[in-house]
Design a protein around this ligand. Structure first.
Ligand code: UT7
Length: 332
């Protein structure tokens, strides 16, 4: 019997391009407060959010992903035909099947392997880990990774606990074979016993059986999620630093999931990050875009010159599941 041919050489992988798409329409807090008996002051003080982008009917999950992907492909200096895989992290593509990724690949003129990843606000960091492993083993040389959400299609504008939190948008990166390491080990995990903390209000089957049920918007037990994030996620971020052998003073940026500016501030404190370290606070004008939040924040920091290409960034995603993933990456 002949031996199975398998790759025995590991390559390095790094992020070579980043792109973003923010929907045209900006919705300030003043437009949403009446429906939830709230105020601009309360929302800004409790979450840091001042406004969010809201996608229109033509700005679908796939359309937003396409815009962001074209930017990432151009930044990386490759042609979409060179992509070997397309990974889309999303929980708001409105079709149970097919996935968003094959349609996105086709729009880009690619016939690469394409599939979606469902890990909520941690989806992008999960996809980076998968893409990194694909490139390292040699399954792919260039992988498109997209985090994209149309959260406001799945938000109840009258739900006080979530109506002000979410926003729409897309961020994309290219993970490519590299001469030097550019993506550190991923630290990740799940706690499915806490599945009810962030969840759809009902399943599609429950809705089908009872058409009087409300639209299955995403709802959450905010304070419980807040405590979990503040207590547990800094530890996971520290583990990602340790796994990569990187000290806080060697970082060029901290890019955590944009869930709440108070969670970000607490994590900065718990990690003991240097006072002058650039920290992503894209949440102020983008709100919480779930899987899109980390790549959107990274794109803004690079575009606005807050950080330079080549620096090390600690990134972490966490959310519904509950699930989380973190790694240190070299900025493109
Ligand atoms: O992306 C996935 C991960 N998601 C997260 O990480 C979200 C984590 N959670 C949070 O960010 C926060 O829990 C929220 C921003 C959602 C809420 O902030 P909070 O400080 O936890 O508020 P709370 O729910 O504990 O409510 C505090 C007070 C209550 O009044 P009393 O009982 O103190 O009199 C609420 O009734 O604020 C009241 N309240 C509101 N007031 C104005 C609750 N929601 C609102 C509102 N507007 N929308």
């Amino acid at each position: 019997m002949s031996a199975l041919g398998v790759p025995d050489v590991l390559h390095h992988a790094r992020i070579t391009g980043v792109g973003a798409y923010r929907p045209r329409r900006v919705v300030p807090n003043s437009e949403i407060v009446a429906a939830i008996d709230s105020s601009d002051e309360w929302i800004q003080e409790r979450s840091g959010i001042a406004s969010r982008h809201r996608a229109s009917d033509d700005e679908t999950v796939v359309a937003m992903a396409e815009h962001a992907s074209r930017g990432a492909v151009e930044y990386a200096g490759i042609d979409a035909s060179q992509l070997d895989a397309v990974l889309v992290a999303t929980v708001t593509h409105p079709y149970q099947t097919p996935a968003a990724a094959p349609e996105l690949a086709a729009r880009l003129g690619s016939r690469a392997a394409a599939f979606d990843i469902s890990a909520a606000c941690a989806g992008y960091c999960h996809a980076i880990s998968v893409a990194n492993d694909m490139v390292r083993v040699g399954t792919a040389e260039h992988v498109l990774v997209v985090g994209v959400e149309k959260m406001l299609d799945f938000t109840d504008p009258e739900d006080r606990g979530s109506a002000f939190i979410f926003g729409d948008g897309a961020g994309a990166v290219i993970v490519s074979r590299s001469e030097v390491p550019g993506i550190g080990p991923t630290v990740w995990g799940s706690d499915g016993e806490k599945k009810s903390l962030i969840t759809s209000r009902s399943s599609w089957m429950e809705l089908a059986a009872n058409r009087d049920l409300a639209w299955p918007a995403i709802i959450m037990e905010g304070p419980s999620v807040f405590r979990w994030a503040v207590w547990s996620m800094a530890t996971e971020a520290q583990r990602a630093l340790d796994a990569a052998g990187v000290r806080p003073d060697e970082l060029a940026a901290f890019i955590p999931h944009q869930a709440n500016v108070r969670i970000i501030d607490q994590m900065v404190k718990a990690l003991g990050l240097p006072k002058d370290l650039p920290v992503a606070r894209d949440i102020v004008t983008t709100a919480n875009t779930s899987a899109a939040s980390v790549p959107l924040a990274m794109e803004r920091m690079l575009r606005e010159g807050e950080v330079a290409p080549g620096g090390l960034a600690l990134q972490i995603g966490f959310g519904a599941g509950l699930v989380w993933a973190a790694q240190v990456v070299t900025l493109p």
